[in-house]
Write a protein that binds this ligand. Sequence first.
Ligand SMILES: C[S@@+](CC[C@H](N)C(=O)[O-])C[C@H]1O[C@@H](n2cnc3c(N)ncnc32)[C@H](O)[C@@H]1O
Length: 92
Amino acid sequence: MTSATHIPVMLERCVEILGPALERPGAVVLDATLGLGGHSEAFLQRFPEARLIGLDRDPQALEASGRRLRRSASVQRWCTRCTTRSRRCSRA
Ligand SMILES: C[S@@+](CC[C@H](N)C(=O)[O-])C[C@H]1O[C@@H](n2cnc3c(N)ncnc32)[C@H](O)[C@@H]1O
């Protein structure tokens, strides 16, 4: 992913469909194409108690999403290309 901006597609529909599950205690979001983190950011803003696991094969996308999501607690990002864990982001 080379562009620094990306408009997430069907964002409201995704939140509408997944929202009921994310309201539950202990909810985990697995974003298997994290990209720049637009969908995940929206999920965490609306469901701040949810834990996010983000996967992407593009280390640059993981870096960018990490900057975007760094204020959110309980975010883990993993690179699927090399299967290593990206730097853990934490509010603390
Ligand atoms: C359109 S972007 C996702 C945008 C993201 N949902 C957002 O809101 O910013 C697609 C992402 O999927 C990743 N991707 C595509 N195929 C993949 C695969 N097989 N495994 C892991 N990531 C993949 C790309 O690297 C790219 O970052």
